[in-house]
Every structure is written in structure tokens, then in C-alpha cells.
Ligand binder design. Structure first.
Ligand SMILES: [Zn+2]
Length: 171
């Protein structure tokens, strides 16, 4: 298995920047009126940096509309599903396609609400990990219950920090 980026900013954002960490507080949900938490780990990188599949797998989800102008790709790997968010998927990638470890699946893109009002956020990828236990449905859970659980994600969402540290070879 490999880390999903060859180049990223140091110090490593998901370990050092509070809002980049899994579980960071993200404000009160309009739907459930409960606290919403960050569902992934953010890795700050460079515009158009290639994003790599961390292992062999099958495309589970692929969208150009994940958050404002950026898309996401989810891959079903052997023991988990990884959603690679805030990127532009490569052209032609579709659900069911086989991908190999190290294959470029997309390019990191700056988020902005529109061409005029650019949001002042670093270029990053947002990585979510799911344990894939008895789940067939889509990864987001935008129901009231999903928000009440904190992440607006399905129940097998897990903390991706440990996996990313392992891929970087740090304890
Ligand atoms: Zn994020």
C-alpha cells in the first residue's frame, strides 16, 4: 500500500492543523441541531497534484460534485473503502472500474464557491475511511440520524489517521 500523494505540505496537516484532523468540530448542523464533525483527514498539497490509489481496488463512487467545485472518488479496497475527496476525477473513470495501487485517479483542486468569491483554503485532499462492514449503501448519510451521529456519514466511517500514519511510516 502507498500514501495517496507524492508531494504534500509539511508539517503534515492532518497531524498538525486542528481543522484538518479527523473529528475536528465543524459547527452545528442545520438538520439535527447537533455538532457536526470532520469525517476525514485533510492532506494539504498543491494544485493539480496527482492523487494515487493507495492499493488495488474497484471504483465504488465517482462524482464531480462532492463539495462546491470539487469531486471525489471512492475505491473499494480489500479491507476498506476509501473516499478521496476534493479532487477532479480523471476523465472517463466510472463505478465498477478496476484500479491498481499507484494509479492516478484524479488531481487535487482548490475549493471555491464560485469563480468570483474564492474561499481562502489550502489545496488539499480529504480522505475518508470506511470499514465496509455489511454496508451496501452510499457513503454519505444526510438523514437526521446521520447528522446526529456527528459525521453525516454511514455508520462504518472510521478514523483515517492511523492508516495514513502507517502509510507514511510514522508511529
Ligand atoms: Zn476535510
Amino acid at each position: 500500500m502507498i500514501f495517496p500523494l507524492k508531494r504534500y505540505l509539511k508539517p503534515i496537516s492532518f497531524l498538525n492543523v486542528e481543522i484538518a484532523k479527523f473529528g475536528a468540530r465543524r459547527g452545528i448542523s442545520e438538520i439535527s441541531k447537533t455538532m457536526r464533525f470532520h469525517a476525514g483527514s485533510d492532506i494539504y498539497t498543491f494544485q493539480d497534484e496527482p492523487v494515487l490509489a493507495i492499493a488495488d481496488g474497484t471504483i465504488f463512487e465517482c462524482t464531480h460534485k462532492f463539495y462546491y467545485n470539487v469531486g471525489s472518488v471512492a475505491i473499494k479496497h480489500k479491507n476498506s473503502i476509501i473516499r478521496y475527496g476534493e479532487l477532479e476525477p480523471i476523465a472517463g473513470l466510472k463505478v465498477g472500474d478496476k484500479v491498481f495501487e499507484g494509479q492516478v485517479i484524479g488531481y487535487a483542486k482548490q475549493i471555491y464557491k464560485d469563480e468570483v468569491t474564492k474561499m481562502n483554503v489550502p489545496v488539499m485532499i480529504h480522505l475518508e475511511e470506511y470499514t465496509d462492514e455489511n454496508n451496501k449503501n452510499t457513503l454519505s448519510d444526510l438523514s437526521k440520524e446521520g447528522y446526529q451521529r456527528g459525521f453525516a456519514r454511514r455508520i462504518d466511517l472510521t478514523d483515517s489517521t492511523k492508516l495514513l500514519k502507517m502509510l507514511l511510516g510514522i508511529k
